[in-house]
Design a protein around this ligand. Structure first.
Ligand SMILES: C[S@@+](CC[C@H](N)C(=O)[O-])C[C@H]1O[C@@H](n2cnc3c(N)ncnc32)[C@H](O)[C@@H]1O
Length: 214
């Protein structure tokens, strides 16, 4: 009985510690660690990773809207996930990110550790075509950056699990020559409860689609 009570209080304590906001000092430590990791890797992201300008766009969106439940499709070696997780360290959120390629997935895990944001990331080695259907959500922030010809399918699977006020973002939409991008953008346009803008901080272009109602 006594052991049960101790375990119960220990569980409550651990829950409290994991949910409390970071102290200023803890946040400064994370900022410093991520910043110096990103600086040390500048111009060395060569696994189809987003450019820094786009990482910054994702970071700003999360902070501005106080998003907490994020999903990324297409981790690669983790550049965009680092920016997303860094922002989530400030909002008290968490990221699920999916990658199908084992070598990139493993490299991403190492990068998350070195940058000090591993606690904010649940990285999955899996086929997003299936996993996205299975994930329960709800999500308030989604970044789609895997196979472009599947963007519309990802959107359709996730949209019911996206909270009102949340947004679905997608990379490389400036290149309408890429198979699937034109159809994806027209699908977004056809929805009355979705407001889409395109950020062109880099040449790739990121669509940002807010869900305005159910
Ligand atoms: C453009 S890269 C992602 C770059 C990453 N967002 C970054 O900035 O570091 C696309 C990634 O999606 C992965 N991918 C492609 N199809 C996938 C699928 N069906 N499920 C999961 N990942 C997939 C690829 O292996 C590739 O690593």
């Amino acid at each position: 009985m006594q052991l049960k009570a101790i375990l119960y209080f220990l569980a409550i304590f651990l829950l409290f510690v994991s949910m409390r906001p970071l102290t200023e000092k803890e946040q400064q430590n994370i900022d410093q660690k991520v910043r110096s990791f990103l600086d040390s890797r500048k111009s060395q992201w060569d696994d189809m990773n987003v450019p820094e300008a786009d990482g910054q766009v994702l970071y700003n969106l999360i902070i501005r809207n106080n998003y907490k439940n994020a999903l990324e499709i297409g981790t690669s070696t983790g550049h965009s996930a680092l920016w997303i997780a860094w922002a989530l360290s400030k909002t008290g959120g968490k990221l699920i990110t999916i990658e199908i390629n084992e070598r990139r997935y493993k490299e991403a895990l190492e990068n998350f550790k070195q940058a000090g944001v591993a606690d904010y990331i649940d990285a999955r080695l899996d086929d997003a075509h299936q996993l996205v259907k299975e994930l329960e959500g709800p999500f308030d922030f989604v970044f789609s950056d895997a196979d472009k010809d599947w963007y519309t399918n990802y959107f359709k699977d996730i949209f019911p699990k996206l909270q009102v006020g949340g947004c679905f973002t997608a990379h490389n939409v400036s290149n309408t020559g890429l198979y699937g991008i034109r159809d994806f953008l027209s699908h977004l346009d056809s929805l009355k409860n979705v407001e889409t803008t395109i950020d062109r901080s880099s040449r790739s272009g990121i669509s940002i689609s807010y869900k305005r109602s159910e």
